[in-house]
Ligand binder design. Structure first.
Ligand code: CU
Length: 139
């Protein structure tokens, strides 16, 4: 009997620990864009609940950028928005499971936040659930 009780508590402890894991902050994946032979900095990005991968992207100023963005399969809609017209960056795009290409040329060094602006009813926005990242433009 004692054995059964300890087995049951071990199972519950395992379930508890496993359940705690998804709430933990995932490490942000960082990428420094490389300039392709045709002079474009291409970065492939995956979006999902609730993350951008990579979530930290470094690009060079005055070099065209192409973000190739798609989302994981499932019903949850996602978008990506970055409003920094002073730096030549201004987009708001719904992300689909088919890759979409977002083109811009950053004209000003700085750190700019991109977000997913989706929200389901009165629940926390995707941004507030961790769906945001930064684009760093360097000289
Ligand atoms: Cu989202």
């Amino acid at each position: 009997m004692k054995y059964i009780v300890s087995t049951i508590s071990a199972v519950f402890l395992t379930m508890f620990l496993a359940g705690a894991a998804p709430g933990a902050e995932q490490p942000v994946k960082r990428v420094v864009a490389v300039i392709d032979a045709d002079g474009v900095q291409r970065v492939e990005m995956q979006a999902g609940g609730y993350f951008f991968d990579p979530g930290h992207i470094t690009v060079k100023k005055d070099v065209p950028v192409e973000l190739v963005v798609k989302r994981e399969a499932g019903m949850t809609p996602h978008d990506i928005e970055l409003k920094a017209p002073e730096a030549g960056i201004d987009f708001s795009v719904d992300i689909t499971t088919e890759p979409k290409v977002i083109k811009f040329t950053p004209t000003k060094a700085g750190t700019y936040e991109f977000t997913c602006e989706k929200r389901f009813l009165f629940f926390k926005s995707h941004k507030d659930r961790g769906m945001h990242g930064v684009l760093v433009v360097v000289e």
